[in-house]
Design a protein around this ligand. Structure first.
Ligand SMILES: Nc1nc2c(ncn2[C@@H]2O[C@H](COP(=O)(O)OP(=O)(O)OP(=O)(O)O)[C@@H](O)[C@H]2O)c(=O)[nH]1
Length: 304
């Protein structure tokens, strides 16, 4: 007799328009801050995987960059990566901001979803902020455009409905061994998570002064003999004026960013951290394939 209990394991892609709440949901599920969450759109540039256990199922979440109408080359790379993540998944969850409802971006995603074979799950998010009638009306309007295998109404922020969603996903994943050790919550290398943390601090601090024209790379990570880590990161901006803004008067701004980032990176790495930040001007960094390959993005094929 086979006494071994059956395990399941699968990939779940979270797709949705920018700001739908994908990062918030993933963080709620995984219970750790893996993917940065800010009030700005398109903060998620690279795919970050979160791994959760539900019963005997291991769920590997792929948090995709917001799908939007691409214009710049970097934007196109983000969208290619987002759909690439969906194609490899066992289930695709479309997250819709119920507060915003159906807009052009969502319509385009719904049309594209029709071509995918995977189990499709609709998640209406932010139910804490909308009326029940609005929710039901939105669900009906979406259903008329695209059939989903299941619909969940949740609040990623309060956690309401998240457990039901997780249980459902756990039940539909394929039978198979777990791909990751039980205690692992992410396979994203610490270096890129650390860069994401610094980028979040940069955004939070500078708001609209530095929209999307900056990126952060961890250029060096050394484990020291006293158990601490010495980390070097470079902040790339596109113009000399932006460099001045990042540094701030008497280095005030960069010092504050560095302190906030160091604290969080240290908590993540579970070690004292010495963080060294450098600011470099690189005019066309967003057109340079090497830069986004380092961010884990795919190189988009240019249409001729
Ligand atoms: N009221 C409310 N706000 C939410 C909820 N979930 C997310 N938000 C907010 O919505 C904003 C966007 O959330 P994110 O998780 O960054 O959205 P995202 O889809 O990952 O965005 P990108 O990374 O830009 O693609 C943040 O200000 C969140 O706090 C929710 O359930 N209720």
């Amino acid at each position: 007799m086979n006494e071994i209990s059956e395990t399941r394991c699968g990939f779940v892609a979270l797709i949705g328009a920018p700001n739908a709440g994908k990062s918030t949901l993933m963080n709620a599920i995984v219970g750790a801050k893996l993917s940065i969450v800010t009030h700005k759109v398109q903060t998620t540039r690279a795919i970050v995987r979160g791994i959760a256990l539900s019963g005997t199922t291991q769920l590997i979440f792929v948090d995709t960059p917001g799908i939007f109408q691409p214009r710049r080359r970097l934007d196109r790379a983000m969208v290619t990566t987002a759909w690439g993540g969906a194609a490899d998944a066992d289930a695709i969850c479309l997250l819709v901001d119920a507060q915003r409802g159906l807009d052009e971006g969502n319509e385009a995603i719904l049309a594209k979803l029709a071509d995918t074979r995977q189990t499709k799950i609709l998640i209406l998010n932010k139910i804490d902020a909308v009326k029940r009638e609005t929710l039901l009306d939105l669900a009906a309007r979406i259903d008329a455009k695209q059939k989903f295998d299941a619909t969940f109404m949740i609040s990623a922020l309060t956690g309401n409905g998240v457990e039901d969603l997780l249980n459902h996903l756990a039940g539909i994943m394929p039978i198979g061994p777990w791909l990751y050790p039980e205690d692992q919550i992410s396979d994203a290398p610490l270096r890129s998570l650390a860069a994401e943390i610094t980028r979040e601090k940069l955004f939070l601090r500078l708001h609209d002064e530095l929209p999307y024209e900056s990126t952060v790379e961890t250029t060096d990570w050394k484990s020291m003999s006293d158990g601490s880590a010495r980390i070097e990161q470079t902040i790339y901006v596109t113009r000399e004026g932006q460099k001045k803004i990042v540094i701030g008067k008497g280095g005030e701004t960069i010092k504050a960013i560095s302190m906030a980032a160091r604290k969080e990176i240290s908590a993540m790495a579970e070690a004292p951290v010495h963080l060294f930040l450098f600011v470099k001007v690189r005019e066309n960094w967003s057109d340079d394939p090497e830069r986004y390959r380092e961010m884990g993005l795919e190189f988009p094929v240019e249409k001729r």
